[in-house]
Design a binder for this molecule. Sequence first.
Ligand code: AMP
Ligand code: FES
Ligand code: ZN
Ligand code: ZN
Length: 290
Amino acid sequence: MRCSVCSKEAILELPVYKKRLCAEHYVQWYYEKTRDFTKKLTRPGDKIALAISGGKDSLALAVFFSQYQREFDVDVFMFHIDLGIPGSSQEARKVVEKFSRDLGMELYVYDLKKELGRSLPEFRKGSRPPCSVCGIIKRYLMNRIPRELGANKLATGHNLDDQVENFFKNWLSQHWDWIAKQKPILPGQGKLLTRIKPLFERTEKENTMYLVAHGYDLPGYKCRYSQPAKWKPIVEMIENEHPGFKLAMIKSIERFDYPVSTQELGECKVCGEPTSQEVCAFCKILGLNK
Ligand code: AMP
Ligand code: FES
Ligand code: ZN
Ligand code: ZN
């Protein structure tokens, strides 16, 4: 398989874009595609916290921004939450620290055990799945801590495949307003940071190959609580039959319009963070509502 640009050996084929690319031309293609998308989400002078979990997508996000920040006058830093999950958190943190050193990018690590006295598994209560507690904790910390560190935007590594998976789940549970929030940019208000998803149109495979093309080893750990994705294999089957299906889906999701329930956001009476309730979900998990 030869590169469509220079005829060196290609490292991957992109049927949707009708291209086969070598490592050098793939890096260039990925950067330009993602740059043109990200331009719509950032402004010169932005201070952007990159939420880096240590997974392939968010690591690709960090590598991308190491170049983008030089071209577009934005200031970025990496933000990582060490959840203290046995079998994955320690390794994830090490990888994130390595990328921070390699890219020369500032990193802030929030260590749950150190800061709150408990790691994620110790927050488990009753039958509540750990992932739902984890989601509440991450959403809260990914807003509060970067804001306190001076960020005005938060960028996450959500990729095209995650978004399509979420779309099917939300569609079937009739959460139309959640689909309406599946956008590459969600404007902030008050203490709520603007959230951006620069990899909204990039697939898992594209992100993985971006790291490979840079010569990085791929992280192999997995959170012990992660559930197998239900729709991804089915979506992949359709994609194989009809290349471009996923990209068409994501572009439609981006344009999906539905009146989003606009609850006034107040401030949590315990911690002062934005919430639609009297006490925010995070403070409730910490048991601070009693
Ligand atoms: P997930 O909800 O695990 O699919 O993660 C979605 C995005 O949230 C990732 O791409 C990251 O940008 C961010 N994220 C998830 N976990 C962490 C973490 N432990 N620390 C920092 N950011 C994270
Ligand atoms: Fe949150 Fe697995 S990373 S439960
Ligand atoms: Zn080439
Ligand atoms: Zn609170």
